[in-house]
Design a protein around this ligand. Structure first.
Ligand code: AMP
Length: 159
């Protein structure tokens, strides 16, 4: 079972993912968590993406696809994957479709998490992550609306 989980920053995808995992029985692939780990490990990807993340801007598609494709090669992903925070752009959606097609493991579904804006602001204030400062959050929401929201149509057209 391969499922993409879409929703605005702070909607609670991480929390909901953990609940879903127990139900789906597949690993959770969060590009945000993977990038934060790369930063902690001070890898070249971590050093490259640190500034973008701190500013609330998206990391370049090729970097994202590199970490995703190497994660998919790990044996636990054979059972399926819950994609959380990827794809975030049309380019990533197409690249992910191609990557999964080449592996003979297409997506089974897409879930969209919808949350009221005021509720988003309230929840974010209580998370305390470095990129949860109000000006960064505004940028992340802006990036979501401009680059990620169109994916709802993209997947809608695929049925
Ligand atoms: P998240 O934990 O999913 O909210 O991601 C935190 C930050 O990591 C985002 O604001 C982006 O800067 C970066 N990021 C995570 N996933 C992606 C992705 N698929 N494409 C581009 N940037 C990403």
């Amino acid at each position: 079972m391969r499922v993409v989980f879409l929703g605005p920053p702070g909607a609670g995808k991480g929390t909901q993912s953990k609940q879903l995992l127990a139900y789906l029985g597949v690993p959770h692939l969060s590009t945000g968590e993977m990038l934060r780990q790369e930063i902690r490990d001070q890898t070249s990807i971590g050093l490259e993406s640190r500034e973008q993340i701190a500013a609330g801007r998206l990391v370049a598609d090729p970097t994202i696809m590199k970490i995703v494709s190497s994660r998919l090669n790990q044996p636990d992903c054979a059972r399926g994957v819950l994609f959380d925070g990827i794809p975030r752009t049309l380019g990533q959606a197409k690249a992910l479709d191609e990557l999964l097609a080449s592996r003979g493991q297409p997506l089974d579904g897409v879930l969209e998490l919808k949350v009221d804006e005021d509720e988003l602001v309230r929840r974010r204030a209580s998370r305390g992550r470095a990129d949860d400062r109000p000006e960064v959050v505004r940028e992340r929401l802006e990036q979501y609306r401009r680059l990620t929201e169109p994916l709802i149509d993209y997947y809608g057209r695929q049925g």
